[in-house]
Design a protein around this ligand. Structure first.
Ligand SMILES: *Cc1c(COP(=O)(O)O)cnc(C)c1O
Length: 356
């Protein structure tokens, strides 16, 4: 047996293998629990029937970039389409990171930031959120300066805490640092409060967005970066040729053209978040963090047991076990009203001891 020489450090990288089952109710990954609206699907199927499968995708990705650019009053040179915002983030870490480079982000936040930092051979500098998971912009700027960071990443609204980072705080940071500043707006559609309006004024700022959450398109893996033309040009150099396939490009393009179709369900998700937050607060011992996303983070002394009980009922939620800062925390994404009622009743029954 030949001993294969894997890249140094690869063995110790964590795998992103989420243990999935055939859940009765799946609210563990912040996905939409509603598939594509029928009108969008109809239009999409018609378009997919005339794809030139023999050609590399170029035009279709460009068309999507143009459409997105127009919505933000930008040009297509300000947009990079990629395989989910995951690819965008990975490329940003690659483009601004490297050996000896430091990348600063608030913590707890999206778990992948630490992994992209490792992959890009950069040093991750997590800056603690306050005890209640609110953000301290002054401490953040200090950390960027002390570390002479080359990139700062802020997830706003933040996953997994659900909390909002005010636009004014982000502008304060943009004004006071001299490195790249990327804002991960994966959940922005559930709240508003985007920083895209600041892009022209602060050319060192960039915004990553995704079709996976509000636009219920996690399967297609499409995301985009909005940034200064030069930044897009540089980050594009880190991507493979034709990295976004034609099926995903056409799908995202159709969804974006018909994005009004998604307004009612986004509003429903927001309404459910408000309703469920209020209900969860009524459960004995439950801390509910304020959320501006399609999920809610809660903390309960019996979190592990609650999670096990829900699992036994075929309800998949995200439990953080004993992860530092997230001990006894559970994250629940908003499903349909019925699904939410079901998991809520199960949690309530368990906490109130109505379960044997
Ligand atoms: C889901 C998520 C993403 C990644 O989404 P893609 O499916 O790769 O577009 C990025 N950032 C945060 C904070 C997320 O929660």
């Amino acid at each position: 047996m030949i001993k294969l020489k894997y890249r140094t450090g690869l063995k110790d990288m964590p795998s992103y293998d989420v243990v999935e089952r055939d859940w009765n109710i799946k609210v563990n990954a912040n996905e939409s629990n509603l598939n594509m609206p029928p009108l969008v699907e109809e239009r999409l199927m018609a378009r997919l029937s005339c794809v030139a499968f023999n050609r590399y995708p170029n035009e279709q990705v460009d068309t999507l970039a143009e459409q997105i650019a127009a919505n933000f009053n930008l040009t297509k040179e300000n947009v990079l389409i990629a395989n989910g915002s995951s690819e965008i983030l990975e490329k940003l870490f690659f483009a601004f990171g490297g050996r000896g480079r430091k990348i600063v982000f608030p913590w707890p936040s999206f778990s992948m930031y630490k992994i992209y930092a490792k992959f890009s051979a950069s040093t991750a500098v997590p800056v603690d959120l306050r005890e209640d998971f609110t953000f301290d912009p002054i401490a953040f700027v200090d950390a960027i300066k002390e570390n002479k960071a080359s990139l700062a990443v802020i997830c706003s609204p933040n996953n997994p805490t659900g909390t909002k980072i005010p636009v004014a705080d982000i502008e304060y940071i943009a004004k006071n640092i001299d490195c790249a500043l990327a804002i991960d707006e994966a959940y922005i559609e559930f709240d508003g409060g985007t920083v895209t309006g600041l892009l022209k004024e602060y050319p060192h700022m960039m915004v990553a967005r995704t079709f996976s959450k509000a636009y219920a398109l996690a399967s297609a893996r499409v995301g985009y970066l909005l940034a200064n033309k030069k930044v897009i040009e540089m980050v594009s150099k880190a991507c493979m040729p034709y990295h976004v396939n034609v099926l995903s490009a056409i799908t995202a393009d159709t969804v974006y053209q018909m994005r009004d179709e998604y307004v009612p369900r986004i509003q429903m998700s927001i309404a459910e978040r408000k309703r469920m937050s209020e209900l969860l607060k009524q459960i004995d011992g439950m801390t509910v963090y304020p959320s501006v996303t399609n999920f809610i983070l809660v903390k309960h002394p019996k979190a592990t047991q609650i999670n096990e009980y829900l699992e036994s009922l075929g309800i998949g939620i995200r439990s953080f076990g004993n992860a530092p800062r997230l001990e006894n925390c559970l994250r629940l994404s908003m499903g349909t009203r019925e699904e939410n009622d079901t998991w809520y009743k199960a949690i309530k029954d368990f906490v109130e001891g109505n379960v044997q």
